[in-house]
Ligand binder design. Structure first.
Ligand code: PDD
Length: 284
């Protein structure tokens, strides 16, 4: 089935989907995005993703290209048109629009650019990966100080991911100049301390407020687990009993190695796997 993209009001075959060369997203990465998970053919946590999109738009002083209610109707239509009936994802990007190149915001009324794509994801491969866990590396935190905005300026994230791939790892964790692990290049990072306490970095400007993070926190608290949203160092992370990543596309993904150092017994931790199962049950 050919892929269909949504571009500024029209559903078009992906190979014909185009944006203008003077789009500010292309020239300045002046835009925001969202990744909506799709499970069993349904969009997961849609309201939370829309709420974060609203915050990202506000963070860059951009307006909605369409009323959120209309956007909410286009998303399932994209699944239908792309035949995404099982696992998958929807990518949505909004830029400030097309205007002659000039760093400052364009004057007058410029229409934001809206692009949406939908894809199936091989869920069996993701589940298999969770059975063995993934390796991660660390990189110095070199991103701008407003990581809570889901901006398309992903150059540092992309370079970190490439470095991870070249070292046979799945993710790169950012470690700031105080030795604190903030998050992954495209995921939230969690540890289980030797005393069993679950920890993840607190919200604020330093990390993206992950939607999966929010749901996993809710599940953990319902299970009566001890949870702390508090900073922790890389030294604490490598001594952790367990570690895992969360994101829209990976759900809960156990981590077994950081920079080649094996965590726990080198296998995915029980708590990580039980949170993964609980998360999947919830989105089902
Ligand atoms: N990334 N932190 C960063 C920097 C991210 O890019 C992401 C998601 C997350 C996790 O957020 P959520 O649970 O809402 O997916 C944390 C998406 C999946 C991406 O860029 O593809």
């Amino acid at each position: 089935m050919s892929h269909i993209a949504y571009v500024n009001g029209r559903y078009v075959p992906l190979r014909k989907a185009q944006v203008h060369v003077e789009d500010r997203g292309f020239q300045f990465a002046d835009g925001v995005y969202e990744v909506f998970p799709v499970y069993a053919g349904r969009i997961v946590n849609q309201d939370w993703h829309m709420q974060r999109l609203a915050q990202s738009l506000q963070g860059l002083r951009m307006g909605w290209p369409l009323a959120p209610g209309v956007l909410n109707m286009i998303l399932p239509e994209m699944l239908r048109r792309n035949g995404v009936t099982n696992g998958g994802m929807i990518y949505l990007q909004i830029t400030r629009g097309v205007s002659p190149r000039n760093h400052a915001f364009p004057g007058g009324k410029v229409k934001p650019t809206l692009v949406i794509m939908a894809r199936a994801v091989n869920m069996a491969a993701r589940h298999a990966q969770a059975e063995t866990g993934v390796r991660v590396i660390t990189v110095p935190e070199n991103r701008w100080p407003r990581r809570d905005i889901k901006s398309v300026s992903l150059l540092p994230n992309m370079l970190a991911k490439q470095q991870a791939a070249e070292q046979g790892a799945s993710e790169a964790l950012y470690v700031n100049d105080r030795g604190i692990v903030t998050e992954g290049a495209s995921s939230t990072f969690w540890i289980v301390r030797p005393d069993g306490v679950l920890m993840t970095h607190p919200l604020g400007h330093d990390i993206l407020p992950g939607v999966t993070r929010r749901v996993v926190l809710e599940i953990a608290r319902e299970k009566g687990l001890k949870v702390e949203e508090r900073e922790f160092t890389l030294a604490e992370a490598v001594k952790a009993r367990e570690a895992f990543l969360t994101s829209a596309t990976n759900f809960v993904m156990p981590v077994t190695q950081i920079d080649g150092q094996i965590l726990g017994n080198g296998a995915p931790g029980d708590l990580s796997l039980s949170l993964r199962r609980a998360y999947i049950e919830r989105i089902e």
